[in-house]
Design a protein around this ligand. Structure first.
Ligand code: SF4
Length: 57
């Protein structure tokens, strides 16, 4: 299965190097991202639901 790469999302920096969308310069190459947790009140309670581990999906 080929892994399709998209343009880098302008302005989205990300240090999650284990995500297949993370680039060598620590940016996001997903077409769009979704940040989840409707009940978040702190930074640490938010998370990117677009995250996909390298080699798993
Ligand atoms: S999909 Fe989410 S976790 Fe993955 S590189 Fe983009 S912003 Fe980071």
């Amino acid at each position: 299965m080929s892994e399709q790469k998209h343009e880098i999302l302008p302005g989205v920096g990300c240090s999650v190097t284990g995500c297949k969308y993370n680039t060598v310069d620590r940016r996001c190459s997903a077409e769009t991202i979704h940040v989840r947790n409707e009940k978040a009140e702190t930074k640490g309670e938010t998370y990117c639901s677009t995250f996909c581990p390298r080699g798993c999906c």
